[in-house]
Design a protein around this ligand. Structure first.
Ligand code: NAP
Length: 492
């Protein structure tokens, strides 16, 4: 079932599917248990998708194995052409796809459109990289031998993705897998299956052979269990919480799989005394409030030098107070709803804890007057490291501001976390920029910018924020195996 109010808003409904895509076939939903999908702006059911059983996952795994035999032999140029077609279809239907995303996820239409463009950029990027999977020859220590290195697709890959970027998190896995000659099974988040099922339809339209891609909706324990225990699946690529990432490491031990993990963050955002305050305010808003604060690279802790503290806060409050909260489909909305009640409770818990420990709410601090899942953009000063908000990922529109005096002190505070995904700072002194970039224990550093993601750059974290990189020239390596051939006896 898909609610008619939902379909009525689209100019073209052929990409909106409510069937799972199993080995190139759309599921027969009459025989399946179904799960509700809600619009977080209204809490109303917008449709249902199947909750697949073990046997369906096993069928998809078998189909992926069979399809991979031919797909790995398909010339890279051909794989590249199909990826480009998929990217063009995303762009062609951008408005409808953005609307589907906003209705099931909540972000503003502007952000949803930007995410579709971002998704297409990964497919195009990997379409190009597919043709550059180079090998190597290495000088041999023995006269009668040649050492030859080739790179081969790892095989069947499983991807598990979150709801916060329901299209892009799939595109950067699926693009790399298809480019490398792997087949891929995707389990999307249950909150946002429609943006995921779109990929089944565009794969069909672009001519991707059946079985190379499956999109499997359903219960995480059932699907995750089948993925982890399968000997056919050679790699799991997961984007989501650190907690589930750790579970997947444990579960995959018995089948010794390659794991790529893009996990949670707790990004520091530092404003040094020589920074452009106006630029830092804009960067902090971009980093903090995009997707209502529900991004893994969100500024989680904002450190401001004592010298410019008052001026920064005055300017920051003015700009944050002007952000418009509302249904993502409404014109001019900056901040949509949060994904659900649990997400709001986490933010409220952090705010209450911070107030008890001396924090002061200068803006927002509570649910928005629109009710349901809407939360007001919040600024809290007097933050310190005894508070939950310094130690947990917030995943909501809360800016805690910390005051600091010295470079040494702020680096120590910034690194005082088990996470290591993204960090940001604003400064002009070149020596300081270099020192601080080196000292921050993070996989990605934004200097004088609050926005760092692009298909050309390696995305990923260190410490408990993950293993591996996505996008960039490094992103394909995670889907390839190195094979060494020792060719002897050639001097006879
Ligand atoms: P999550 O709860 O870890 O869920 C992510 C995905 O894993 C969902 O599809 C979920 O399905 C599935 N899952 C949960 N338990 C599982 C299990 N036992 N076995 C297999 N799959 C399982 O994370 P989320 O709340 O959706 O997303 C927010 C988190 O993702 C944040 O921590 C954020 O920082 C992180 N994130 C990281 C990046 C990055 O690139 N580093 C990017 C975006 C988001 P169910 O919902 O059905 O359980």
């Amino acid at each position: 079932m898909i609610n008619t109010n939902f379909t009525a808003q689209l100019s073209n409904t052929h990409l909106l599917k409510n069937q799972a895509y199993i080995g190139g076939e759309w599921s027969d939903n009459k025989k399946l248990a179904m799960m509700n999908v809600l619009n977080p702006a209204t809490n109303k059911v917008i449709g249902q998708v199947p909750s697949l059983e073990k046997k369906h996952i096993q069928k998809a795994i078998k189909a992926a194995k069979a399809a991979q035999v031919g797909w790995r032999k398909t010339p890279a140029t051909q794989r590249s052409i199909i990826l480009r077609k998929m990217a063009s279809l995303l762009i062609k239907h951008k408005q409808d796809l953005a609307l589907i995303m906003t209705i099931e996820q909540g972000k503003s239409l502007l952000e949803a459109e930007a995410e579709i463009t971002y998704s297409a950029s990964f497919l195009n990027w990997f379409a190009e990289e597919a043709r550059r999977i180079y090998g190597d020859t290495i000088p041999s220590p023995l006269a009668d031998r040649k050492i030859i290195i080739t790179k081969e697709p790892i095989g069947v890959v499983a991807a598990i993705t979150p709801w916060n970027f329901p299209s892009a998190m799939i595109a950067r896995k699926l693009g790399a897998a298809i480019a490398a000659g792997c087949s891929i099974l995707v389990k999307p988040a249950p909150q946002t299956p429609f943006s995921a099922l779109v990929y089944g339809k565009i794969a069909e339209l672009a001519g991707l052979p059946k079985g190379v891609l499956s999109i499997l909706t359903g219960d995480a324990i059932t699907i995750g269990g089948e993925f982890s225990s399968s000997n056919i699946i050679r790699k799991i690529s997961f984007t989501g919480s650190t907690e589930v990432g750790k579970l997947l490491i444990k579960q995959s031990a018995s089948t010794v799989k390659r794991l790529s993990l893009e996990l949670g963050g707790n990004a520091p955002f530092i404003v040094f005394s020589d920074a452009s305050i106006d630029d830092a305010v804009i960067g902090a808003i971009q980093s903090k409030y995009r997707n209502s604060g529900q991004t893994c690279v969100c500024a989680n802790r904002i450190y401001v030098h004592a010298k410019i503290y008052d001026e920064f806060i005055k300017k920051y409050i003015k700009k944050v107070a002007a952000l418009k909260v509302g249904n993502g489909t409404d014109k001019g909305v900056d901040i949509g709803p949060m994904i659900d009640e649990a997400a709001i409770l986490k933010v409220e818990n952090q705010i209450n804890d911070a107030i008890q420990k001396g924090g002061e709410v200068l803006l927002g601090g509570s649910r928005h007057e629109l009710g349901l899942n809407f939360f007001s953009p919040t600024i809290l000063t007097g933050a310190n490291h005894s508070m939950l908000l310094a130690n947990e990922e917030t995943f909501g529109p809360l800016s805690p501001i910390f005051k600091f005096e010295t470079e040494e002190e702020v680096i120590k505070l910034a690194n005082d976390t088990n996470f290591g995904l993204a960090a940001y700072f604003y400064a002009r002194d070149v020596g300081l920029i270099w020192r601080v970039s080196e000292a921050l224990e993070y996989g990605m550093i934004g200097v004088n910018t609050g926005s760092i993601s692009t298909a050309e750059a390696p995305f990923g974290g260190i410490k408990q924020s993950g293993i591996g990189r996505e996008g960039s020239k490094y992103g394909l390596d995670d889907y390839l195996e190195i094979k060494y051939m020792c060719l002897a006896g050639i001097d006879q």
